[in-house]
Design a protein around this ligand. Structure first.
Ligand code: 8YV
Length: 319
């Protein structure tokens, strides 16, 4: 497709797969911040021409970046989580913000359930047991924890939390959930508002709520203690929803049975304390990491940008 005149200038914060880069480059004038050797100089040069920011859930757009783009109109996030976008700064200048919900819900929920199974049944260690000859030299793999029929707590019954709960029903699990208010559409499950009480009721606690200032460290030492040495924590939301130091202390001291984590403070670098733990399952922020879902996310990111510049309603607005 030939480029029409005066293509909008878009600041691309992080890389996208080639199948996204190509249509973006064909439709917009891209300025790739992640390739800049001098970020400040790059923003000083290109910032005034930028009308849109294309970012990723974990990269967002902070107040400094937004301020560097005085003619910014929209921030389009490749991801459902927009916690890394400074919404106050965007709102103050009537800058639109969009994300990519729904298209990734099922994959993230699939991985959350897979992480529960992987952790509870020790599948990573079992694979090594078979691959490295322990099965021959040491005999049967040590017994693990059952999932079927156990108690599951879902902290946050939004799109992803509900998709997780729907899946857990298939395992005959007793499901409870916490959210701001009881959901009439979730009458089949037990509503427990307090996260500590929910954890005390659960064998497996799933953290699936959106991250924001109100949810920071919602999984604190009290929640972790309530989940206890027989409990397992699964996090597919944001690391900020968990007090990671309290989590590590409990895991190291045997006060929490195990944790399956897809997100980490300071990711992609992990706290080295995780690497020494036998009772954790570590995933590289890959909940939405399938071809199908990432292609749908990229399409939705572009659809939001193109709708904005065409003066059409935004498909998935946040602001
Ligand atoms: C994405 C995510 O993988 O949707 C989100 O908010 O964190 C993940 O699903 C990530 O944002 C893509 O970079």
């Amino acid at each position: 497709m030939s480029k029409p005149d005066a293509l909008p200038d878009v600041l691309q914060v992080g890389p996208y797969p080639a199948w996204d880069e190509e249509p973006l480059a064909a439709t917009f004038t891209l300025h790739k911040l992640f390739e800049a050797s001098d970020r400040q100089a790059f923003l000083k040069k290109h910032g005034p021409s930028i009308r849109a920011i294309a970012t990723r859930g974990e990269l967002g757009a902070n107040a400094e970046l937004i301020a560097a783009c005085p003619n910014l109109e929209i921030i389009s996030v490749y991801g459902v989580g927009y916690d890394a976008v400074d919404l106050s700064a965007a709102k103050a200048r009537n800058i639109r913000v969009t994300n990519t919900p729904d298209v990734l819900t099922e994959d993230v929920a699939d991985l959350a359930v897979a992480m529960m199974l992987g952790l509870s049944r020790g599948m990573i260690a079992a694979e090594r047991w078979a691959r490295h000859g322990s099965w021959v030299s040491k005999g049967g793999f040590p017994l693990q924890q059952r999932v079927w029929g156990k108690k599951a707590g879902v902290l946050g019954l939004g799109r992803i939390g509900r998709a997780v709960a729907d899946r857990l029903q298939g395992f005959g699990m007793e499901i409870a959930y916490s959210s701001r208010t009881p959901k009439s559409s979730a009458a089949q499950w037990t509503f427990i508002a307090d996260p500590v009480a929910l954890a005390g009721h659960s064998d497996f606690l799933f953290v699936t709520l959106a991250a924001n200032a109100a949810t920071r460290h919602i999984v604190n030492a009290g929640v972790i203690e309530a989940l206890g040495p027989g409990g397992m924590l699964i996090n597919v939301s944001r690391a900020a929803n968990i007090d990671e130091n309290a989590l590590l202390d409990a895991l190291e001291q045997g006060r929490l049975g195990g944790a399956a984590l897809d997100v980490f403070e300071g990711e992609p670098k992990l706290n080295p304390r995780f690497l020494a733990l036998p009772n954790v399952l570590l995933q590289p922020h890959h909940g939405s990491g399938t071809f199908e879902t990432r292609k749908a996310m990229g399409q939705l990111l572009r659809d939001n940008l193109m709708a904005h510049f065409a003066g059409r309603p935004l498909p998935t607005p946040v602001l």
